[in-house]
Unconditional design. Structure first.
Length: 82
């Protein structure tokens, strides 16, 4: 499978459709590390969850599926910046 993402050792240069291009010096790996930490924090959460603003009361599995679809939707909109 061929990737159309241009990358160097530290930076992947992409932009979301309709959004301004990210500066090449932006550290995407730092952003991905933040996302991973947030996901791990959610998985470790063992207290009651607040109702979802649109879907109401959800169990943890439903929240996880919803957020996974949300993240996938946003990532699918990324394209290589020229």
């Amino acid at each position: 499978m061929q990737s159309d993402i241009k990358h160097s050792r530290r930076v992947i240069v992409i932009s979301a459709v309709g959004a301004p291009a990210l500066a090449a010096q932006e550290d995407l790996f730092l952003a991905l590390a933040h996302l991973r930490a947030a996901m791990q924090s959610f998985l470790a959460w063992d207290k009651p969850l607040q109702p979802h603003f649109a879907d109401g009361e959800l169990d943890k599995n439903a929240y996880e599926r919803g957020h996974a679809m949300y993240i996938a939707n946003h990532i699918s909109q990324f394209r290589v910046a020229d």
